[in-house]
Design a protein around this ligand. Structure first.
Ligand SMILES: *Cc1c(COP(=O)(O)O)cnc(C)c1O
Length: 403
């Protein structure tokens, strides 16, 4: 059972039929899934969704395109918690919450998108999926595809941390290191689709990862009792999550499920790779590819995004903004939040904390506003500083140095 009516080209609005294998639209743009929301609204209520037995994002099945329950692949997804920053509990800023996506299967929110892409691939009879990735998307594809009995081929930039590469291989995917950036990997995946017949599940090059990421917006609305935050800070690489949440908010608004306004959407990027920030400031519709991309936050090291215009549209339409933060402040906030808040953020998540602080200082966000920051992955997947202190059991312990 699904309420999908059709798919729509995000640039031209051209209609594409549901129930067929789709990559990009005929015009070469990302496709968006459209639903018969009147019919959905007649059958489903906020209360029935809240009472649904499915855990995690599969609770939102009526808002998703999978028609047969048996194609739904689940690895025990959870509703990710909203955790207030400790500094927001006392004096000073209030209501700043981290949505911790690191608790999903494979330790990142890529699980949302890839679960949907793989489930739809199974529904449509595909057997072999391929992806370019900075790590997390590859792990999520490998896990869900493995579970679905499908083959996965994963191409990573060669400087992808070893822990990610090993995780992907451990899940049985065919993983390759490529001496280039994610866009170079994407080019090979695209060419390989024609040469080998594998299906390209690159960000926004198939229609369903957005639908999976959309569940972040649905879940957030539900968790906040159908009243959305004032501002959302989102670490933006390909932008799937930002575009997906903005889509979710519109679907909910059309259904009349949310009270109050929509949040201002803030695209957070790293100073060493900030094509969206640059385009936002220049007032352009599209973003020019970023040269020499570098940042510790590999998940947002995306020099060119095919959905750039959709990200920029959502940011502008929401009254939000785009902001770059440097690696130094990313790592500083990661350390601070680990110590003061007990949360081990991924660098991308720490980037949203750094951006929020910067926005607070610049007056772009008020200290009385309800803010949600996205931590997209478990901090355990990233390199951390080594421990150098040692105690020698063969010598007398100098407790003054331990006290
Ligand atoms: C993929 C990824 C992002 C970027 O997400 P998009 O929705 O593609 O912009 C940010 N952080 C982490 C950890 C990621 O894996």
């Amino acid at each position: 059972m699904s309420y999908v009516s059709h798919l729509e080209c995000s640039a031209t609005g051209e209609r594409h039929e549901a129930g067929e294998i789709h990559g990009l639209s005929r015009g070469g743009w990302p496709l968006l899934v459209r639903y018969d929301l009147d019919r959905l609204g007649d059958a489903i209520t906020r209360e029935s969704i809240a009472a649904a037995p499915a855990a995690g994002f599969w609770r939102w099945a009526p808002f998703l395109p999978v028609t047969r329950d048996e194609d739904r692949i689940s690895l025990g997804e959870v509703t990710t918690p909203l955790i207030p920053l400790a500094c927001s509990a006392g004096e000073g800023p209030t209501h700043v919450m981290v949505k911790d996506e690191g608790r999903l299967p494979t330790g990142s929110f890529k699980a949302r998108g890839l679960a949907l892409a793989v489930s739809m691939a199974r529904q449509l009879g595909l057997r072999h999926l391929a992806i370019p990735t900075n790590g997390n998307a590859g792990a999520a594809l490998a896990a869900y595809a493995g579970r679905a009995g499908m083959k996965a081929t994963v191409l990573c930039p060669s400087d992808t941390p070893d822990i990610n590469l090993r995780e992907i291989r451990q899940h049985g995917a065919d993983v390759w290191k490529v001496n280039g950036l994610i866009n170079d990997c994407g080019k090979i995946v695209g060419e390989g689709a024609r040469a080998t017949g594998w299906f390209d599940v690159s960000t926004l090059k198939e229609p369903y990862r957005i639908e999976g990421k959309k569940t972040m917006g649905l879940e957030l609305a539900w968790q906040m009792n159908w009243s959305l935050p004032d501002v959302i800070f989102y670490p933006t690489g390909g932008g799937t999550g930002l575009i997906g949440m903005w889509k979710a908010f519109h679907e909910l608004r059309q259904l009349g499920w949310i009270t109050g306004g929509l949040p201002r959407m803030v695209a957070v990027q790293a100073a060493g790779c900030a094509p969206i920030v640059h385009a936002f400031e220049a007032g352009s519709t599209h973003a020019a590819p970023w040269q020499d991309a570098h940042t510790v936050a590999a998940g947002i090291r995306v020099p060119a995004a095919i959905g750039d215009f959709l990200i920029l549209d959502a940011v502008r339409a929401s009254g939000g903004f785009a902001m770059a933060v440097d690696d130094e402040s990313i790592l500083r906030e990661r350390d601070r939040v680990a110590v003061e808040d007990g949360l081990l953020l991924a660098p991308e998540g720490a980037a949203t904390v750094a951006a929020w602080r910067q926005a607070l200082e610049n007056g772009l966000v008020g200290d009385d506003e309800r803010v949600v920051l996205f931590n997209c992955a478990s901090g355990l997947k990233y390199p951390m500083a080594p421990v150098v202190q040692e105690l020698d059991i063969n010598r007398e312990i100098d407790f003054t140095s331990l006290a």
